[in-house]
Design a protein around this ligand. Structure first.
Ligand code: 4NP
Length: 164
C-alpha cells in the first residue's frame, strides 16, 4: 500500500506545490515512486485553478524541480479520509484543518517541518509577499523535510500518523 501524502498551505500556489514537486523528484531519483502518492492543496480558495506562483516555479526549476501542470485547489472533506499524512506549512494551516477535518482524522495533520532535521524553524514562512530569497528558504526547508520523510516512510511503509 502506498503512503498518501498531502501538503497544505494557504493558497496552494507557493509552498505546498513546491513541496509536492520536491518530494516527487526525490522519489523519482531514488526509484521509490511505488511507495508514495503525493498531492497538495490550500486551505483557501482564492487561487483555485491557477498555476503555481511564477517565482516559486523559477526557484524550483533552478534546482531541477518541475512544477509544470500543477493547479491550485482547495482542500476538500474527502482529503481528510483519503490521505495518510496531511502536512501543513504553518500553524495557521494546522488550526484551519483541525477545525474542518472529519471525525478521527486529526491525527494525520501536522507540520511538515516536524520531519526536518536541520531546520531551526518549525514553520515554512509564507514567501508570497516577501522578497526573492523567501523562495530559496522554502526550498531549503522542504528539501530537508522531504529527505527525512522519505527515510521515515522507507523505515515504516504504512505510516498513518504524524510522528509514527
Ligand atoms: P502559499 O502562499 O500559501 O504558500 O501558496 C500564498 C499565496 C497566496 C496568498 C497568500 C499566501 N494570498 O494571500 O493570496
Amino acid at each position: 500500500m502506498k503512503t498518501k501524502v498531502l501538503f497544505v498551505c494557504l493558497g496552494n500556489i507557493c509552498r505546498s506545490p513546491t513541496a509536492e514537486a520536491v518530494l516527487r523528484k526525490m522519489l523519482q531519483d531514488r526509484g521509490l515512486t511505488h511507495l508514495v502518492d503525493v498531492d497538495s492543496a490550500g486551505t483557501g480558495n482564492w487561487h483555485a485553478g491557477s498555476p503555481p506562483d511564477e517565482r516559486a516555479v523559477a526557484a524550483a526549476q533552478a534546482r531541477g524541480y518541475d512544477m509544470a501542470g500543477l493547479k491550485a485547489r482547495q482542500i476538500e472533506e474527502n482529503d481528510y479520509r483519503h490521505f495518510d499524512l496531511i502536512l501543513a506549512m504553518d500553524r495557521s494551516n494546522v488550526s484551519h484543518m483541525r477545525r474542518s477535518c472529519t471525525n478521527g482524522t486529526a491525527g494525520k495533520i501536522g507540520l511538515v517541518l516536524e520531519y526536518a532535521q536541520h531546520s531551526p524553524l518549525s514553520e515554512v514562512p509564507d514567501p508570497y509577499y516577501g522578497e526573492g530569497d523567501g523562495f530559496e528558504l522554502v526550498l531549503d526547508l522542504l528539501e530537508d523535510a522531504c529527505d527525512c520523510l522519505i527515510e521515515r516512510i522507507c523505515a515504516a511503509p504504512n505510516v498513518k500518523r504524524i510522528g509514527s
